[in-house]
Write a protein that binds this ligand. Structure first.
Ligand code: HEC
Length: 192
């Protein structure tokens, strides 16, 4: 191969690489999908952190929640007062004082933060009709379940300010996971 031919080859290859890298940088279009609308993004952006900064305005009491628990159909799956249904029990038999990772499996007792209970109900319940509850209703249902488990008093009013201040009975225990050994369940005594 003569020097000129060799140079031509190097230049050609260089050109191909340059062209390929320019193509790779400009984003290709596949003709599928579309940019979500602002409304769609808002409807998905529902996560509530421990400090409750993202909580919407609204309020609710245990008494209002007790009525909603029936009118919104929670009773049909969880049973009256959250016990005896085919869905998980919502009232801890052990009471709030013994909540640890191994006992007190009920969410309104074992959740590390009260805001987690709000977030769960808001995003996941009632099963099959998720996302249909209004903020006031979620505050009230959260208040009902926390009162049912003796975490808050009957006259408590939950809103964006008071909910994050609720002290959950599990305290710091949520952070002290039991030691794990190979071929054992990750959370000792936990059903799943
Ligand atoms: C169609 C049946 C059904 C209805 C209606 C229903 N739930 Fe549930 N719920 C379930 C099931 C099943 C689970 C367990 C889901 C899982 O573990 O993945 C559950 C879990 C829960 C939990 C978490 C329990 C725990 O300790 O982990 C809470 C809290 C809860 N539901 C509240 C409610 C409230 C409040 C309503 C009414 C607004 C409601 N549910 C309506 C079936 C239902």
């Amino acid at each position: 191969m003569g020097t000129h031919r060799f140079l031509a080859c190097v230049l050609l290859l260089g050109g191909v690489f340059l062209g390929a890298s320019v193509l790779a940088q400009s984003s290709p279009t596949y003709g599928v999908g579309r940019t979500p609308t602002a409304e769609e993004l808002r409807s998905l952006d529902i996560s509530i952190g421990p400090d409750g900064a993202e909580l919407p305005p609204g309020r609710g009491t245990p008494k209002e929640g007790a009525q909603l628990f029936t009118s919104k159909g929670c009773v049909g799956c969880h049973g009256a007062n959250g016990t005896g249904g085919r869905a998980p029990e919502l009232k801890s038999k052990d009471g709030p004082s013994v909540a640890t990772w191994e006992r007190g499996r009920i969410l309104p007792v074992r959740a590390p933060f009260a805001t987690t209970v709000w977030d769960y109900i808001n995003r996941a319940m009632p099963l099959g009709r998720e996302g249909t509850l209004k903020p006031d209703e979620v505050y009230a249902l959260t208040a009902f379940l926390l009162n049912l488990n003796e975490v808050i008093p009957e006259d408590a009013v939950l809103d964006a300010q008071s909910l994050p201040k609720v002290k959950m009975p599990i305290g710091d225990d949520y952070a002290s996971l039991p030691d794990w050994k190979p071929r054992t369940r990750r959370l000792k005594g936990y059903p799943y």
